[in-house]
Design a protein around this ligand. Structure first.
Ligand code: ATP
Ligand code: MG
Length: 159
């Protein structure tokens, strides 16, 4: 079923704002109107949750996270950008692998299994999307998901 991202992102904002405020972080959401993708809302929420959870976990308080949707031709891009600790260049190629965590000893105190991003990757691929990540240590991290846009009306059986 086609998801209206305007509605979806608004709900995400309401749901996750308290977690950002708890850590005295800013959470900004950007989404144009009339953007749709074919997705399972439960899975899409899990994807966004895992990315926002990381943004909070790996940023100091006072940081800022932006969730931004944009569309270009038939592609819909969803970006999650933080200005947290960033990921070292040598770790970046492995970051989407299961159980991979950057600082084994230090991040252990933060909890987690290193499955979050592996799940994100699998779910994004299952939806026919792509995932990419850019990061600079001490500057921040940006994940970008790209999906094919859909029509507002569900029409997957008509040809
Ligand atoms: P889990 O998500 O299973 O609770 P986790 O957060 O350690 O545990 P992932 O979400 O898969 O696992 O992330 C893997 C590793 O990538 C993290 O341990 C962390 O080192 C690094 N990482 C992920 N997201 C960010 C981010 N936004 N900023 C900095 N480092 C990150
Ligand atoms: Mg995680």
């Amino acid at each position: 079923k086609a998801i209206d991202l305007t509605d979806f992102i608004t709900k995400i904002e309401q749901k996750f704002s308290p977690a950002f405020h708890e850590k005295e972080m800013d959470f900004e959401v950007v989404c144009p109107e009339g953007v749709y993708i074919m997705a399972d809302p439960i899975r899409l929420e899990q994807i966004i949750f895992n990315l926002l959870d990381n943004a909070i976990k790996y940023s100091p308080s006072g940081g800022k996270t932006i969730l931004a949707v944009s569309s270009k031709k038939k592609d819909v891009s969803i970006k999650v950008r933080d200005n947290g600790k960033g990921i070292p260049e040598e770790d970046l190629p492995y970051i989407l692998n299961r159980f991979y965590r950057v600082d084994k000893s230090r991040t252990r105190s933060l909890g987690g299994t290193g499955l979050g991003l592996a799940i994100v990757k699998e779910l994004v691929l299952a939806h026919g999307g792509t995932i990419s990540v850019k990061s600079k240590e001490g500057i921040g991290t940006e994940f970008e998901l790209v999906f094919k846009g859909a029509d507002s009306i569900e029409n997957d059986t008509i040809s």
